[in-house]
Write a protein that binds this ligand. Structure first.
Ligand code: UD1
Ligand code: UDP
Length: 375
C-alpha cells in the first residue's frame, strides 16, 4: 500500500473524503485506518456512508479515555499497524489525538508523513488541539495548508517552505460535493422545527467540561432560544454536563442526537443563525453564507471572520450578538470568500502526493530544521 490515511474523529472523515477520491482518480494504491477514537454510529459510520468513503483496512478501536490513555492506545495500535503495512506515506488530518499519535509513530519509525490542514494556530496552548497542531506540523514531511496565513506561521516555526503547499480547503470540497443534496425541508419537518430557526453545536472542553462553564453557556443559549427556536445536535462530550446545566428539550430548545453529515449541513443551510465552538462549522457557515457566532476567545480560522460570516463571542455577549445577527443577516467584511476554497483542494493535494510518490521526494536537506529557527 502506498498511502495510508489515518482517521479517527468526525471532522477527519469530512476532510479526507476528497483526498481519497482524488487519489483514487489518479490510481494511487491507498487505504484508510480508522483509529476508533470516535465510534458511535452517528459520530462515525454515518460519515463513511454520507461521504462515500471506502471501508477502513483496519479499525484499532481505541475508544475514549484521558489524553494519556487515549494517545498511548493510539501509539501502540498505530505502531503495530505501520510496522506491518509499511506504507510509503501516511496522511493525517486536522488536529485530533489520532493525528498527533500517527505523526509521532511515523517520526519514530522513519515513515514519511503528510499533514492536511497544516499551519492553523489559535495561539492558545490551553487547547489540546493547538498542542496537536504544533507537534504534527513540526514532524510532517509534506504540509498542506488551507489558508494563506498558515504559511507564514509555519515559516516562523522553522518549517522549510518547500515542504508546504497552499492547496485550499478539502472540508469545503466535501461541502461542494454535498451541495446538491442539501435540502433543509425534510430534516426541518422530521425534527418538527419552524421555518425560522437557529442551530447550535457545542463540544469544546473549555465550554462543556466544568459545571461553571457549562452553566454560563447554557444560560446564554437559553437567552438566544427566547429570540429564535434553536436545535442542538448534541456532541456526546457535552451531553451530560450541558443537560445538568439546563440544556434540555423545553421552550425554544430542541436537543437531538448528533446528525449525519448531509442532514446537519441541510439544517445549517436553512438556518437563520448558527452558534458553535466547532472548527469545521465556522468554515462551512462562511461558505453557506449563514451568520455564525463562535463561542470562543480565539479562532485558528481567522479567515472565517475576515472573509466570512463568523464572529467571536463570549457567553455574556452571545444573546445581544444573536439579536444583531438575526437583524442584520450574513455579512462578509471583505466581500471575498477565502482564496482556493473552490472545491478543488482534494485534487491539488492528490497531485502533490502522486508526484512525491513518483520519486520527486523531499531532499534530506529540505527535511532538516534550521538551527537558527528551532521548532
Ligand atoms: C475530539 C477532538 C476535537 C474535535 C472533536 C470533533 C481531541 C483531543 N479532540 O474531541 O479536537 O473537535 O473530536 O468532534 O482529539 N464519545 C462518545 N462517543 C464517541 C466519541 C466520543 O460517547 O463516538 C464521548 C466519550 O465520553 C469521550 C468524549 O466523548 O470521552 C470525548 O471524546 P474524544 O474523542 O476524547 O474527544 P472529543 O471531545 O470528541
Ligand atoms: N457535523 C455533523 N453533524 C453534527 C455536527 C457536526 O455532520 O451533528 C459535521 C460538520 O458539518 C463538520 C464536522 O462535523 O463537517 C465538524 O466536526 P466537529 O464540530 O465535531 O469537529 P471540529 O471541526 O470542531 O474539530
Amino acid at each position: 500500500m502506498s498511502v495510508l490515511h489515518v482517521l479517527g474523529a468526525r471532522p477527519n472523515f469530512v476532510k479526507a473524503a476528497p483526498v481519497v477520491r482524488a487519489l483514487e482518480g489518479l490510481g494511487v494504491p491507498q487505504g484508510i485506518v480508522h483509529t476508533g477514537q470516535h465510534y458511535d454510529a452517528l459520530m462515525s459510520d454515518v460519515f463513511f456512508a454520507d461521504l462515500g468513503l471506502p471501508s477502513p483496512v483496519a479499525n484499532l478501536g481505541v475508544g475514549s479515555g484521558s489524553h494519556g490513555k487515549q494517545t498511548a492506545a493510539l501509539l501502540i495500535g498505530l505502531e503495530e499497524l505501520f510496522e506491518e503495512l509499511r506504507p510509503s506515506l501516511v496522511v493525517v488530518y486536522g488536529d485530533v489525538n489520532s493525528t498527533l499519535a500517527a505523526i509521532l509513530v511515523c517520526a519514530k519509525l522513519g515513515i514519511p508523513s503528510a499533514h492536511v490542514e497544516a499551519g492553523l494556530r489559535s495561539f492558545d496552548r490551553s487547547m489540546p488541539e493547538e498542542v496537536n497542531r504544533i507537534v504534527t506540523d513540526s514532524l510532517s514531511d509534506l504540509l498542506f495548508t488551507t489558508s494563506p496565513e498558515a504559511l507564514s506561521y509555519l515559516a516562523r516555526e522553522g518549517v522549510a517552505a518547500e515542504k508546504c503547499h497552499f492547496v485550499g480547503n478539502p472540508m469545503i470540497d466535501s461541502l461542494f460535493s454535498a451541495l446538491p443534496s442539501l435540502d433543509p425541508a425534510p430534516v426541518v419537518s422530521r425534527l418538527g422545527l419552524p421555518d425560522r430557526y437557529a442551530v447550535a453545536t457545542l463540544h469544546r472542553p473549555a465550554n462543556v467540561d466544568t459545571p461553571e462553564a457549562a452553566r454560563e453557556l447554557v444560560d446564554a443559549v437559553i437567552a438566544v432560544s427566547e429570540q429564535i427556536p434553536i436545535v442542538v445536535p448534541i456532541h456526546p462530550r457535552g451531553r451530560t454536563r450541558l443537560a445538568e446545566a439546563g440544556l434540555v428539550d423545553s421552550g425554544g430548545l430542541r436537543i437531538v442526537d448528533p446528525l449525519g453529515y448531509v442532514d446537519f449541513l441541510s439544517l445549517v443551510r436553512g438556518a437563520s443563525l448558527v452558534v458553535t465552538d466547532s472548527g469545521g462549522v465556522q468554515e462551512e457557515t462562511t461558505m453557506l453564507g449563514v451568520p455564525c457566532l463562535t463561542v470562543r476567545p480565539n479562532t485558528e480560522r481567522p479567515i472565517t471572520v475576515t472573509h466570512g460570516t463568523n464572529r467571536l463571542v463570549t457567553p455574556a455577549s452571545l444573546p445581544a450578538a444573536a439579536s444583531k445577527a438575526l437583524a442584520d443577516g450574513a455579512s462578509t467584511p471583505s466581500g471575498d470568500l477565502p482564496p482556493l476554497w473552490d472545491g478543488a483542494a482534494g485534487p491539488r493535494i492528490a497531485r502533490v502526493i502522486a508526484s512525491w510518490l513518483k520519486g520527486d521526494n523531499l531532499s534530506p536537506a529540505s527535511r532538516a530544521v534550521s538551527p537558527e529557527k528551532p521548532l
